[in-house]
Design a protein around this ligand. Structure first.
Ligand code: SPV
Ligand code: MG
Length: 669
């Protein structure tokens, strides 16, 4: 597509403004002239070829264009009798450069918004800009519209007419038709009229549709008054505050294009989502908040960067009160919809405007996001993330996973509540659930090779950090190999319990015989494990069974201090009482002497306590250790019974996921 800019005319009505250069070189603000703005917009739209007709001050104009520095190929065509003819003749002079081309044509004194230009260029049909909201101008162009197409354009039509501006996109077919008529006009010496007179003769053969620019800027500058009016409108836009929130850590061309579009609406302030907010709704950010902030600060045209702490815009909008909020249109549906609804209602309360752009579904951008997820799943990236999450959030949660599918549930389950999104931070590979899934008792019967196989299945389809239930850790001599293997796989933490001999599940409590390890032995096991590990990221957590085995609070605390002194990176305190009092007491007493070592709890029995309450009391990791197993198997049992009772599967169908759901549950790579 070629751009045709008509710049031959004298621009007499501009007075002193055109005493040294053509009208198109008139400044419209501190940074641009009418022409430099047009060329910038043309270039931004990816158009490379510009045909420009010249006449008045042609040398000044040619030099000016070349010095502007846009990557555009210019063809200048001089109209030698510009002072005796109208632009119909300038087009005639340039006809050889224009035939058989798609053209975007504009008068050289036209100032328009970039969005108006984009709508014109992107129109499939040949089109011209009109405004159905502006009053009909006395002297300027009006278009007569009939059946959705333009019948006539000129200054003399008032019936069925709308205000029109000379910005056209003309597909080859329509343009050739109009150009032929222009040639015939000029060869008959009818060259002092508008080119539109030629169009009006053949409009039945040349379909041009109107494109409504409504109240956006699209105006010719004929007089100093027009100039003042347009400059004022541009200034108003410049002073508007535009807000846009950014969560990405992989800046790609799609983001830059939205940022550029946002800038057209005024002074752009970008909110960068905090790490915690990103992690809550998407995935753990590959780059920290500070890095992402610096990245955005260095993008041309971003006037300021601020932190947006929540997914909800409420706090920012009520303090900043931006005139415009910009967002991709992907939030009209799905979990972001309530956030959008809130934005709309806040904007309405003070007269702000929401501008939405089509969300890029470019396969190369989707590929980039996939690549980052893959990076997150790699052992080195995954292993260290538990420590980072702990530092970022203070208290994290983990849910049990014992297979690829339960791993996917832990990975992908998300809920939105009160403008916030929640998802699990990590996964717990429980010995109870791993054993149960294999139909075996939780007595360290499922060997490490099999347990590692489970980890592998989960890791293959997820990215979240893994906490491994290491039972007693086995013999110290064996434990050091377990540590190295887990570390190499990318597991973040192993929890070992201070029991020895035939381990039974803690939830049996003192109902079965269980032996607690001596403090010395267990400290030695921890020390050996810490010595064996190769990275700083891997964590060994010591689990204290004193409350389970009814050995008392003093014993639990003595062990906790000894184990953390021996190098344990975290302490897990367990209880099987419904009442959380003993857990709270332990946390309080431990925290009185140790403020740093993370505390882990598994609230299977004391399940009335919320994560926030645990956090407030000084707990750092809350593990939901068996709920997926406990909910999944009864559902299966019920279905099995229903089939047996009915001798067919029909009655069980409503209890099952549809076949369509199950086959689409797992995304193909
Ligand atoms: C497990 O999930 O295997 C645990 C926690 O060790 S508990 O079952 O509560 O002992
Ligand atoms: Mg266990």
């Amino acid at each position: 597509m070629k751009a045709l800019i008509l710049n031959s005319g004298l621009g007499r009505r501009m007075g002193a403004f055109t005493s040294e250069h053509p009208k198109c070189m008139t400044e419209i603000n501190n940074e641009e002239t009418i022409l430099s703005r047009q060329l910038k917009i043309i270039s931004n739209a990816g158009i490379k070829e510009v045909v420009m007709t010249t006449g008045y001050f042609d040398n000044v104009l040619v030099d000016y264009c070349k010095n502007l520095g846009y990557e555009l190929n210019y063809t200048f065509v001089n109209n030698p009798i510009y002072d005796k003819t109208n632009y119909i003749y300038s087009i005639y002079c340039a006809r050889e450069e224009l035939k058989d081309e798609d053209i975007v044509m504009m008068h050289g004194d036209l100032v328009f918004d970039e969005s108006v230009f984009e709508n014109v260029v992107n129109s499939k049909k040949s089109c011209v800009t009109v405004s159905t909201t502006l009053p009909l101008p006395e002297k300027d162009f009006k278009a007569v519209i009939h059946d959705g197409r333009v019948e006539k354009i000129g200054i003399e039509f008032f019936t069925n007419a709308v205000a029109a501006q000379p910005l056209y996109k003309l597909n080859k077919k329509e343009w050739n038709c109009w150009l032929n008529e222009i040639v015939e006009f000029c060869e008959r010496k009818e060259d002092k009229c508008y080119a539109e007179n030629a169009f009006n003769n053949i409009s039945d053969k040349c379909e041009i549709v109107p494109i409504d620019f409504a109240n956006d800027i699209c105006a010719e500058i004929d007089t100093p008054e027009d100039l003042a009016m347009v400059s004022k409108k541009l200034k108003e836009i410049e002073n508007k505050i535009v807000y846009m929130c950014f969560s990405t850590d992989m800046l790609h061309s799609g983001h830059i294009s939205i940022l550029k579009k946002a800038q057209r609406h005024g002074k752009l302030i970008v909110g960068v989502l905090s790490d915690e907010a990103v992690a809550s709704y998407k995935r753990y950010p590959l780059m920290s908040f500070e890095e992402r902030k610096t990245l955005v600060e260095n993008i041309n045209g971003v006037s300021k960067v601020i932190e947006q702490k929540n997914l909800s815009y409420k706090e920012i909008l009520t303090t900043l009160k931006p005139d415009v909020v910009v967002h991709g249109d992907d939030w009209k549906e799905g979990f972001q919809k309530p956030i959008r609804d809130e934005v709309i209602s806040i904007l309405e309360s003070y007269g702000g405007k929401l501008v939405e752009f089509p969300y890029s579904q470019d396969p190369k951008h989707i590929e980039l996001e996939k690549a980052s997820r893959q990076q997150l799943s790699m052992p080195d990236m995954r292993r260290g993330r538990l420590k980072k999450l702990l530092a970022m959030k203070g208290c994290i949660n983990a849910i049990e996973a014992h297979s690829g599918i339960t791993g996917l549930i832990a990975e992908n389950t998300k809920v939105l509540k009160d403008g916030k999104t929640y998802q699990f931070d990590a996964m717990w590979v429980s010995s109870l659930c791993d054993s149960t899934a294999k139909g075996k008792p939780d007595i360290e019967l499922v060997d490490m090779t099999s347990r590692f196989r489970t980890i592998d299945d989960i890791m293959e389809v997820t990215t979240k950090p893994i906490i491994f239930d290491g039972d007693t850790g086995g013999l110290t001599e064996h434990f050091i190999y377990t540590v190295r293997s887990l570390e190499r796989m990318g597991v973040s933490m192993v929890i070992i319990e201070d029991k020895t001999g035939l381990k039974k599940n803690s939830l049996f409590g003192a109902e079965v015989v269980q032996t607690q390890d001596s403090i010395e032995n267990f400290c030695a096991k921890i020390q050996a494990g810490k010595k064996a590990q190769k990275t700083k990221d891997f964590m060994i957590c010591a689990r204290i069974e004193s409350l389970i085995l009814e050995r008392g609070m003093e014993d639990a605390l003595t062990r906790a201090f000894a184990f953390s002194k021996a190098g344990a990176d975290a302490i897990m305190i367990h209880s099987r009482k419904k009442d959380p009092t003993e857990i709270f007491e332990f946390v309080e007493k431990f925290r009185a002497e140790n403020e740093i070592t993370p505390i882990v709890v598994v609230p299977t029995s004391f399940n009335s306590v919320t994560e926030q309450e645990f956090k407030d009391r000084g707990v750092n990791v809350v593990i939901y250790a068996n709920q997926l197993t406990r909910s999944g198997f009864p559902a299966m049992q019920n279905v099995a019974k229903t089939i047996l009772l009915n001798h067919r599967a029909k009655e069980a169908d409503d209890m099952c996921m549809s076949i369509k759901e199950i086959i689409t549950l797992i995304p193909e790579e």
